[in-house]
Design a protein around this ligand. Structure first.
Ligand SMILES: NC(=O)C1=CN([C@@H]2O[C@H](COP(=O)(O)OP(=O)(O)OC[C@H]3O[C@@H](n4cnc5c(N)ncnc54)[C@H](O)[C@@H]3O)[C@@H](O)[C@H]2O)C=CC1
Ligand SMILES: O=C(O)C1=N[C@H](C(=O)O)C[C@H](O)C1
Length: 240
């Protein structure tokens, strides 16, 4: 398959290596020097976009205009998902997005939803989410942490919203789910969900050891999207 890279930073470079290992070719690399308007996106069967929250919507629009299927890994734009879904339908395009492409985190998403439902009859447990990332990360809380919070809110009606917390002792109402975003050098991505009561603490955690899981998942997603139309997620890829 011919893959186009939109974004050639930490993720773009990891994706290039893994795509080549899987027998694909890279036909272009869009970055801050060679911007998207300078490239014929249609050279690729599928483009993979990992850039920045402030660039991603223009990149999606350009892929739709140029009829290029796109896998989107950039985070920090979930509030515009409904608009993007409408645009994909209007343009008859193909887009697959995920806040986290690693197989382990997608299994965590599934377990997180089941645990949230099991915890509903036990309101003495207070849920909280902690995410730790490298200091270069532009968005907070992480897209993964927001997806985990949404999974809890949809399956445990005790919670109606999430709240970004900076204090190590979250100050929230009973219906708010606190998310703490920590930044430390060289951490690829760690997410922990805790349910804390006076009696005990139950935790679910995922720690990425490198970016390879995100990169591999995005290439598998591109292989899945090739030849399809519409809007998809990693749930469709993994058939959860
Ligand atoms: N969904 C997932 O599984 C994952 C998502 N991410 C997200 O992916 C995004 C990128 O992450 P990294 O690669 O670590 O960031 P990075 O900072 O290393 O790379 C960003 C890229 O954007 C490019 N860029 C900057 N200005 C541009 C422009 N005007 N036009 C085109 N490209 C431009 C840079 O040249 C660079 O190639 C972030 O939003 C991050 O949160 C990161 C890891 C996994
Ligand atoms: O910026 C990153 O690095 C990551 N971003 C994603 C997120 O915001 O959840 C996924 C992963 O945790 C790495």
């Amino acid at each position: 398959m011919k893959i186009g890279l939109i974004g050639y930073g930490k993720m773009g470079k990891a994706i290039e290596r893994i795509a080549l290992e899987r027998g694909h070719s890279i036909v272009y690399k869009v970055d801050s020097k060679t911007t998207i308007d300078q490239v014929d996106l249609r050279q690729a069967d599928v483009a993979i976009e990992f850039t920045q929250p402030g660039l991603v919507i223009n990149h999606i629009e350009t892929c739709l205009e140029q009829k290029t299927p796109v896998v989107v890994g950039t985070t920090g734009w979930q509030d515009q998902l409904a608009y993007v879904a409408t645009r994909v339908t209007e343009k008859g395009g193909a887009l697959l997005h995920a806040s986290n492409f690693s197989i382990g985190v997608n299994i965590l998403f599934n377990i997180n939803e089941k645990l949230a439902a099991l915890m509903f009859p036990h309101p003495e447990y207070k849920a909280q989410i902690e995410e730790i990332h490298h200091v270069q990360k532009l968005d907070a809380p992480s897209g993964t942490a927001v997806s985990l919070a949404q999974g809890i809110i949809q399956n445990n009606h005790k919670y109606t919203s999430w709240k970004a917390e900076t204090s190590s002792w979250p100050v929230v109402s009973d219906h708010e789910l606190p998310i703490q975003a920590l930044r430390e050098p060289n951490v690829p991505g760690t997410h922990t969900i805790s349910y804390i009561s006076t009696i005990d603490t139950l935790t679910l955690s995922h720690e990425a050891h490198s970016r390879d899981g995100f990169a591999l998942g995005s290439v598998i997603a591109a292989e899945f999207l090739h030849g399809k139309k519409g809007i998809h997620t990693m749930r469709d890829v993994l058939a959860f």
